[in-house]
Write a protein that binds this ligand. Structure first.
Ligand code: ZN
Length: 162
C-alpha cells in the first residue's frame, strides 16, 4: 500500500545534523506511527514520504523552512536571574516551561550570567537542516475514529487516557 492522505504509517527514522551527529532515532524502540496528511510530522518529511510503500528506504535533507522553521532572534530574551530563584539550579541547555501573555511555551536556557539568564524560545531544531534516514515499516488505512481525531491510535501513535 502506498503512503497517501488518510493512511496510518509506521516508520523507523534516524535524524542527523549536517555534521553527521545523530539527533534523534526511533531505532531500538517502537517505530513512529502517524496519520499521513494531518500535519502530525514536519511538512518536508510528510512530502518526502508521499507515494512510498512498505519496505522503502529514503534519505532526505529537509531545509529549516520545511522542518522546524528558521531561528527567530526575537525569541531570545534576557531575564533577571532573580526570576529563577525558586529553582535549585539554572544551567545552559536546561529546558523550562515559561508562562507568558501568549500562554505557556518551552524555552531553553542559552546562557547563565551573574545577573541575567538568556533564554531561547526557538525550537531546538529551528534553523537546522534535518537529514532523515527513513524506512517505511507499515502502511494501513486509517480508521474513521483516527480520521476524526486527526491522529493515529495504537502502538507508537496516540494513546487516550480515561
Ligand atoms: Zn484519538
Amino acid at each position: 500500500m502506498q503512503i497517501a492522505d488518510a493512511k496510518v504509517v509506521q516508520i523507523h527514522y534516524t535524524l542527523s545534523s549536517q555534521a553527521g551527529e545523530t539527533l534523534d532515532s526511533s531505532r531500538g524502540g517502537d517505530p513512529l506511527q502517524y496519520l499521513h496528511g494531518a500535519g502530525n510530522i514536519i511538512p518536508g518529511l510528510e512530502q518526502a514520504l508521499t507515494g512510498k510503500s512498505t519496505g522503502d528506504r529514503l534519505a532526505v535533507a529537509i531545509a529549516p523552512v520545511d522542518g522546524y522553521g528558521e531561528r527567530n532572534d526575537d525569541l531570545v530574551h534576557e531575564v533577571p536571574r532573580t526570576a529563577f530563584e525558586d529553582l535549585d539550579q539554572v544551567k545552559p541547555g536546561m529546558r523550562l516551561v515559561a508562562s507568558g501573555p501568549a500562554g505557556e511555551n518551552v524555552v531553553t536556557v542559552a546562557k547563565v550570567e551573574k545577573e541575567v539568564v538568556t533564554v531561547d524560545a526557538n525550537h531546538p531544531l529551528a534553523g537546522v537542516t534535518l537529514n532523515f534516514d527513513v524506512e517505511v515499516v507499515n502502511v494501513r488505512e486509517a480508521s474513521a475514529e483516527e480520521l476524526a481525531h486527526g491522529h493515529a491510535h495504537g502502538p507508537g501513535g496516540h494513546h487516550h487516557h480515561g
